[in-house]
Ligand binder design. Structure first.
Ligand SMILES: *Cc1c(COP(=O)(O)O)cnc(C)c1O
Length: 456
């Protein structure tokens, strides 16, 4: 088979800036060893996130010029609404400025004290919005999902038996919605199978509960289904996506991922009453329902992006480029979460730096070393992001300690990825010199964004 190439050519370029390891050592200490504080100009290759970092297409940019900036009833809104309705089949399409705005709206309406919201794995902002409302965010990932060394096709699946026993124990009246996140970002960008979505839907039917999908990466998930699940090989990705949405009563999306835009999102609902309430909150907090906190040109770019993302040449290249990164790291002996997910490669920090216990943040230590070695920015997804404390102040570690290297869409070429592989392989060779860390300052919620750390 021939090399799968980038299915685009480059029309506009942006220079990236080189720094020395000595300079980066200094910059890291000024950033409290938290790469969220680094200036992006001091980053050579930025794998912090795939969110909002997409390169837009020529058609998206021309859509931006073509946007209709009317406050109410904008033509750009109607295009946006039509595209999402065609894709999701859902009735009410409510634009928001990004994913968490949709989360804030929905959980302020259905959350609250005493409520429990199950998901395969809640993303950090989803969890935070649920917890801020007073409700409990419950992760019911299947057992394989927490075993980074095991290869399986659909490690994002929900444990359906655990869902049933949760409903039985909690009482269906305390569960406002059941959720599934496609792909499972916090669980390694692993896909959920159509069969699992159907099984979860069946359970929801049995208990008369609504199913909401967090669909930030629905197209990547649909492509995995096409490649891996029997019966879907001859369907188009769009048909697969439409089937996924057919099982949902609602969907939340950060379009900064598979919407191929730099900002935007939406909430889509079937329930009239809930949609009415959501629009009221939207008007108070985001804006009028035909723009939801966005410029109308952003809706135009989102509509175009949601069509482009279903291009199967694009998705083939997208999944292959991430897989290539993972394959080469494995060849260099570097432990990663297997198999590679859709949008990112995750280093398995427990195996990478087994001498650093979870309470001393092995992932964060690796993050710092990778930046210092090669100017690459990555992010810890482990004890720093999800760690808790018990009543005595002892650290409670999450199941996995990972370092995420998210690949922005359509931004970097194969030689950028080859460079990253060289840098990480080199850090891995020197892994015994990695040191544990401690937190010197943390905020109450989402502490990883603003935490200040130092080495022990
Ligand atoms: C990014 C993301 C969100 C939140 O979206 P923002 O646009 O960053 O607010 C929610 N869920 C998942 C799975 C995500 O990846």
């Amino acid at each position: 088979m021939r090399t799968i190439i980038e299915p685009f050519k480059i029309k506009s370029v942006e220079p990236i800036r080189f720094t020395t390891p000595e300079r980066r050592k200094q910059l890291l200490s000024e950033a409290y060893y938290n790469p969220f504080f680094l200036h992006a100009d001091d980053v050579l290759i930025d794998l912090l996130t795939d969110s909002g970092t997409t390169a837009m297409s020529a058609l998206q940019w021309s859509g931006i010029m073509n946007g209709d900036e009317a406050y109410a009833g904008s033509r750009s809104f109607f295009r946006f609404e039509a595209v999402i309705r065609d894709l999701t089949g859902l009735k009410h399409i409510i634009p928001t400025h990004q994913g968490r705005a949709a989360e804030k709206i929905i959980f302020s309406l259905v959350g609250g004290k005493g409520k429990v919201i199950p998901n395969n794995t809640h993303f950090d902002t989803t969890r935070a919005n649920i917890e801020v409302s007073g409700a409990v965010a419950l992760d019911l990932l299947n057992e394989l999902g927490n075993k980074p060394e095991v290869r399986a096709p659909f490690k994002g699946n929900m444990d359906v038996d655990a869902l049933v026993s949760t409903i039985e124990q909690t009482g269906r009246e305390n569960i406002p919605v059941v959720m599934l996140t496609l792909t499972n970002n916090s669980g390694g960008g692993q896909p959920v199978s159509m069969q699992n979505i159907r099984e979860v839907r069946d359970v929801c039917n049995r208990y008369n509960l609504p199913l909401f999908l967090d669909v930030c990466r629905f197209a990547e998930n649909a492509m995995f289904i096409k490649q891996r699940e029997q019966g879907y090989e001859n369907k188009t990705v769009k048909e697969i996506a439409q089937e996924i949405f057919s099982y949902a009563d609602g969907a939340l999306m950060s379009a900064k991922k598979d919407g191929l835009v730099n900002t935007g999102g939406f909430l889509a609902l079937n329930n009239d009453e809930l949609a009415e309430k959501a629009r009221t909150v939207l008007i108070v907090t985001e804006g009028f329902p035909t723009y939801g906190g966005l410029a109308r040109r952003d809706l135009e770019a989102m509509a175009q992006g949601l069509e482009e993302v279903l291009d199967e040449d694009y998705l083939t290249y997208r999944l292959r480029s991430v897989e290539y990164f993972g394959e080469k790291l494995l060849e260099a002996g570097v432990p990663i979460l297997e198999p590679p997910g859709g949008h990112a490669i995750y280093l398995d920090a427990k195996r990478f730096a087994p001498h650093i216990p979870p309470e001393h943040f092995p992932g964060q230590s690796i993050v710092c070393a990778i930046y210092q070695e090669g100017g690459i920015r990555t992010v810890e997804i482990g004890s720093l992001m999800f760690g808790k404390r018990d009543a005595e102040g002892n650290h409670i570690a999450p199941p996995m300690e990972l370092v995420r290297m998210a690949i922005p869409r359509r931004v970097y070429t194969q030689s950028h990825i080859d460079y990253c592989i060289e840098v990480i392989a080199n850090v891995y060779k020197q892994r015994k010199s990695l040191r544990g860390m401690k937190i010197d300052y943390e905020a109450e919620y989402l502490r990883h964004f603003t935490a200040r750390l130092s080495f022990l």
